[in-house]
Design a protein around this ligand. Structure first.
Ligand SMILES: NC(=O)c1ccc[n+]([C@@H]2O[C@H](COP(=O)([O-])OP(=O)(O)OC[C@H]3O[C@@H](n4cnc5c(N)ncnc54)[C@H](O)[C@@H]3O)[C@@H](O)[C@H]2O)c1
Length: 417
């Protein structure tokens, strides 16, 4: 770098110029011919250097300019479980990806995996930022030319949302507003939004279609429903292409074992069932706590629709491909089949080969008995259907990653099988 160091009080004649770390005394006093030539040479070199410098500054990075045939996708929450898997698929499909994450719940390790897989310039960049900071978000949008946004970033635990609802309204609803405003101001044309079956609450009729009334019963579901409403209201007067995907319960991980699910240990208490099963299988926890055995279901435990993350990511890619300007598509993303918690635990026992001790406890506040999707609309419109529907197989893939990453994205250990 070039820098001019001169003290204000220094007499002009004695000022020195620092050039590439070398000091040159101002040669005015000894104005001989050789000195003048040297000075002219130095100034010419300086000008060339400054010119080069300014050229490199003004050359836009690949991320800041549009390129024909390349779709630049902003993946918010790309350091998290689903976002990282989505980023991997997008990169594999030759898209350009910018990940924005505040790492509050995600893992830098997942970003490193992606960077090692796609080191070429202009493929992947990671920007550390909080979506709750509109200035930071605006700066990101003004410095990057996004074609689409996949908005995954969120806090996403039903139990935690009942204990800390304001965090959920802020992080989910308000941050979605920030992202949407930035998209509108900067003319980003496509939004794929991560919503959830929790927006339906506890409908009387199963399976759940996209027409099922949305009556969420916990702050997580309510915050997501509000975010959906904001997007839909905005969309009424916009040419934006919008896809809202309502996921059911996501499980599994990258079949090639590059990425996995690694939530913060402190979130274990609120955690999802697969994480809880694996923790019990690895004896990190003494056993598995099944909350609620008196639901109106065949075996008394809750019924959920478990969707493999590979299928889910595929639904995003199809949504991106089929998104149409001025149109909005709302889709359930599930298998269409419900599995009880007891069935899940049995599949997990087989997948891990571990004896999992199960403790049955009273219901958890905010939980609902039975939830499974009717995914026929997404099949009809986007030609998407779940392929990885064997619970045990999905859990086996996830277990392989868990076993070789006992510290999550910390130092990896060798597997034993
Ligand atoms: N996992 C599921 O079963 C499931 C089901 C339905 C919907 N979803 C939705 O899918 C999305 C992704 O969920 P996930 O399971 O990957 O969660 P995750 O916690 O693994 O990932 C979320 C990511 O968002 C980041 N993040 C959170 N707040 C942020 C902020 N203010 N600014 C920037 N980054 C922020 C976190 O650091 C994390 O990396 C969420 O919107 C969630 O509601 C998940």
């Amino acid at each position: 770098m070039l820098s001019f160091n001169r003290t204000r009080n220094q007499p002009r004649a004695n000022r020195s110029m620092s050039l590439g770390g070398m000091d040159y005394v101002d040669p005015k006093k000894k104005s001989n011919y050789v000195g003048k030539i040297l000075m002219a040479g130095a100034l010419t070199a300086l000008c060339i250097l400054m010119l080069r410098q300014s050229t490199s500054f003004s050359t836009p990075s690949a991320f800041s300019r549009r390129e024909a045939g390349v779709t630049h996708v902003l993946v918010t929450g790309g350091a998290g479980y689903i976002g990282s898997h989505a980023a991997l698929r997008l990169l594999k499909d030759s898209h350009r990806v910018t990940i924005v994450d505040n790492l509050s719940r995600g893992n830098l390790g997942a970003i490193k995996v992606l960077q090692e897989l796609f080191p070429e310039p202009g493929r992947l960049q990671f920007l550390f930022a909080d979506l709750g900071d509109p200035k930071a978000v605006n700066k990101i949008f003004s410095e990057n030319a996004f074609d689409a946004v996949m908005h995954f970033a969120a806090v996403a635990y039903v139990g935690e949302s009942t204990l800390d609802p304001l965090k959920y309204y802020h992080n989910i609803t308000s941050n979605t507003l920030v992202v949407l405003e930035a998209m509108a101001v900067h003319g980003v044309k496509t939004l794929i939004y991560s919503s959830t079956c929790a927006t339906y609450g506890e409908p009387e009729k199963m399976p759940i279609t996209e027409e099922t009334p949305q009556i969420p019963i916990n702050p997580y579901g309510k915050a997501k429903k509000m975010a959906e409403d904001i997007i839909l209201d905005f969309h009424k007067n916009s040419k934006m292409a919008v896809m809202i995907l309502r996921y059911f319960n996501v499980i599994g991980s990258d079949p090639e074992g590059r990425l996995g699910e690694a939530p913060r240990p402190e979130l274990r208490e609120h955690g999802r069932i697969s994480g809880a099963c694996f923790d019990a299988a690895r004896e990190i926890t003494p056993g598995l706590k099944v909350r609620g055995t008196d639901y109106k279901t065949p075996d008394g435990t809750c019924i959920r629709d478990y969707i493999d993350v590979t299928d889910l990511v595929d639904a995003h890619v199809k949504a991106l491909e089929k998104a149409m300007p001025g149109k909005v598509g709302i889709y359930n993303v599930g298998t269409g089949k419900g599995k009880s918690v007891k069935e899940f635990v049995e599949a997990c026992k087989k997948a891990t080969g571990a004896t999992i001790k199960v403790e049955f406890l009273p219901r958890r506040p905010g939980d609902y008995a039975e939830v499974y999707s009717d995914p026929s609309k997404i099949l009809r419109d986007l030609n998407w259907t779940a392929k990885y529907t064997n619970l045990q197989d999905s859990l086996q893939v996830a277990w392989r990653w868990q076993k070789s990453h006992v510290n999550g994205y910390g130092p990896a250990l060798a597997t034993t099988d």
